[in-house]
Design a protein. Structure first.
Lengths: 136, 136
DNA sequence: TATTGTTATACTCTATAACTATA
DNA sequence: TATAGTTATAGAGTATAACAATA
């Protein structure tokens, strides 16, 4: 079987990302959150008071898609919303949200360590800079 | 703004892949195909006669999801199906499919070249091996 | 028994457009 | 005028389960 895609960085990027995201979501599933929810909670934890729009811009998620995401985390009791002015709300973690974020952080640490462990040693030093150059 | 995700290879991988896939799909849109359809056509072109299940295994797409994908390409007149035995069919490109695949290949070449151009020079030699190690 | 192709179905993420209320 | 949050909606991709026909 000839594989005309195997030498293409763009294709390898997509397959690697897809594979790692599946693994990450599997690791997160006992916590009852998706990778998107997880990154949202970690971002709020590090930036208490940021708005939904701020979050969307940081995570590359459109405003229209932030609404149901934040609504879900609110329904689960993980975040609180406090009006900043008449149209925006500062986001913060509740105590349950903070505990969940701590559990998420542990999953992230394990996941990232195992990802790095799979990389050829010579690739490790430049890997993240290479990826960042493709979207930063 | 503190970004707790920026130093994480897994997160950078997801963002880089997402950004590159959006760009790739935008480049393909004048041809009327998605990236998934494009990779399917290139794979069939290099492996005339392969079955749907073979394709699914090569591309990491489940059998159940191959059916509508192949059906769509058939409806568009891009592929032909020839019975191999009573249950499987060998896939081949039609002439229109072959011409489309050639156009796709040009888009791929431009896309991959521009992707590589964005990488730090020191990262280029190890980039694809690093990605392949995450799913191969 | 295992495999191929198929259908039905559901979920997540993404995208655009349009609305309201506020700045 | 521009921004924040929301709703509605549509599309792509992915997942599982089940089925008939065939190997």
């Amino acid at each position: 079987m000839i594989d005309p895609l195997k030498n293409l960085p763009g294709y390898a990027l997509r397959r690697a990302s897809s594979s790692m995201m599946t693994a990450f979501n599997n690791r997160l599933s006992p916590l009852g959150v998706s990778s998107t929810e997880a990154s949202t909670l970690l971002m709020i934890k590090s930036n208490t008071g940021m708005t939904q729009s701020d979050l969307g811009r940081s995570l590359g998620i459109k405003r229209a898609n932030m609404a149901p995401l934040i609504g879900r985390l609110d329904d689960k009791g993980m975040i609180s919303r406090t009006p900043v002015d008449g149209r925006s709300q500062g986001l913060a973690l509740t105590q349950a949200g903070d505990e969940l974020a701590a559990a998420i952080q542990k999953v992230v640490d394990v996941h990232e360590a195992q990802l790095i462990a799979r990389l050829p040693v010579v690739a490790r030093a430049t890997f993240i800079e290479a990826l960042s150059a493709l979207w930063d």
